[in-house]
Design a binder for this molecule. Sequence first.
Ligand code: 9MJ
Length: 324
Amino acid sequence: MTDIQNQINQLRKTLRHHEYQYHVLDNPEIPDSEYDRLFHQLKALEQQHPELITVDSPTQRVGAKPSAGFAQITHELPMLSLDNAFSDEEIYAFMKRIQDRLMSLPDNLEFCCEPKLDGLAVSILYENGVLVQAATRGDGMTGEDITLNIRTVRNIPLQLLTDNPPARLEVRGEVFMPQAGFDKLNEEALAKGEKTFANPRNAAAGSLRQLDPKITSQRPLVFNAYSIGITQGADLPPTHYERLQWLESVGIPVNSEIRLCNGTEEVLKFYRAIQAKRPNLGYDIDGTVVKVNAISLQERLGFISKAPRWAIAYKFPAQEEMTV
Ligand SMILES: NC(=O)n1nc(-c2ccco2)nc1N
């Protein structure tokens, strides 16, 4: 391998490591100025040797040209919608349905409890560790191809941080816009006499559905994974929580509020704790998601039409309408 190729590979490896430290672990090891210096060093080398540019290079986040429209993508596994609960009683009923269905059951079942992020559900496909495709949830069966736009979301790795990636891995999660980024975007839009967004969810959806990736690239979008779709050649742990930990270990960002809960009372405690934290999270959530943690039990419980029997969203009461 030529010396240039070695330099390029080393710079890519270093930049991916620092992207992970900054965007996934929230623990930067170098100042932004040093990251930028390395980035521009790689950019310059690639411009001198364009034949060495690869699609998964950290310099290739922003696509070239706007697309005329979005191609349709059919999800190999439907992206399910969640049944809702609006009270403790409905959570107790959810638990009873599970107990009845599973019959033989340890009295304290383990649940993975997550904040219910209020953004746009997306599916991201990695082949041999390289991001090759991304789609919106759409109607659950087919979504829009937003690969070029997803590539611009800074905390989504273009390549998984592992030396032995699975042949195929579909990561599912939510793209959202944090409150601070939303406020700044609307301030700038007002100053330019452009239209403002009603709320961060609309802003995230509008930003992801831009035909020009250069515009998406300028929007403060964040991704958090919350499940795995199709896999091929992946040796996954037996519980949902451990699978999320594995995703984080290979460079995929996962929400830091996620907790394991034993039994219904701990699930309700989590719901109240997240409800108390809600005003200070810095991003919109509209409840929590409660999932049976053991994959084997999820498979035994299955789905009712499109919604799973093994998960439920416990929503917060609708917030009083914002009076502007
Ligand atoms: N919106 C959100 O935060 N979700 N959505 C799920 C989900 C949807 C289907 C299976 O899991 N999980 C979380 N944390």
